[in-house]
Write a new protein. Structure first.
Length: 228
């Protein structure tokens, strides 16, 4: 456990990657969104997705955690298992931080009537239907999912090369397109929409954690073949 914690310290040597850059992106997205909301001449609530910007950045963090930090860890004789779990714990902590920040942002928006312009980035009603705890799970899951997705892609690349990564990406894209075609062909979109509404944001987030766990397992299996 001590060596795993050392991996967390290693990942956080450059705090900009996991802490300051996401905060800067979040602050910039909030400021830009408020300015845009202020220019919209309506009194009804205005909702936007600008708050998701730092979550997408977690995809890049996942890639850099593998491609930049892993070779350095091997030079320090850190075992692969220790590096993998230490990096995953770092991602979990960073994702939890983002979840807390989103809750704080939602609280500020409620207290200030959407920054005085009735505009909302964090307090999106559908995401908050299950309460603050449910909203935290949603934001936490999104951040962790994008990190693991980026980390898994980088792991496949470092293990089998660019060709295999392209093949996997194309195969997943074709599978998604095939699924959309099947749902459209069978006229099931009404059932899909009803199922999503029944699950709610929290239910979807919990399924997202399942998908994240599967990606983590795939990444762990591929990680044994990774070339620094």
């Amino acid at each position: 456990m001590r060596r795993t914690i050392n991996v967390i310290r290693l990942q956080l040597i450059n705090k900009g990657t996991f802490v300051w850059y996401p905060l800067m992106i979040l602050a910039a997205a909030t400021l830009i969104s408020i300015l845009i909301y202020a220019m919209i001449p309506v009194d009804t609530p205005k909702y936007g997705g600008g708050g998701q910007a730092p979550l997408w950045y977690f995809f890049a963090i996942g890639m850099s955690a593998m491609t930049l930090t892993f070779p350095f860890s091997q030079a320090m004789s850190i075992a692969r298992r220790e590096f993998f779990f230490g990096t995953l714990l770092t991602a979990i902590l960073a994702s939890a931080l983002m979840g807390v920040l989103f809750l704080i942002g939602g609280g500020i928006e409620v207290a200030t009537n959407g920054y005085g312009v009735n505009g909302y980035l964090f307090y999106l009603p559908w995401l908050w239907n299950a309460g603050p705890g449910g909203a935290f799970v949603v934001f936490f899951t999104l951040a962790l999912f994008f990190f693991v997705l980026g980390f898994t892609g980088a792991t496949i690349y470092k293990s089998w090369g660019q060709l295999v990564l392209i093949i996997v990406s194309v195969a997943l894209s074709l599978a998604l397109i095939g699924l959309v075609f099947l749902v459209t062909r069978l006229d099931l979109w009404n059932h899909v929409g009803a199922g999503i509404m029944d699950l709610g944001a929290l239910g979807l987030a919990l399924w997202g954690l399942v998908v994240t766990a599967v990606l983590t397992a795939v990444s762990f299996l591929a990680f044994r073949r990774t070339i620094p």
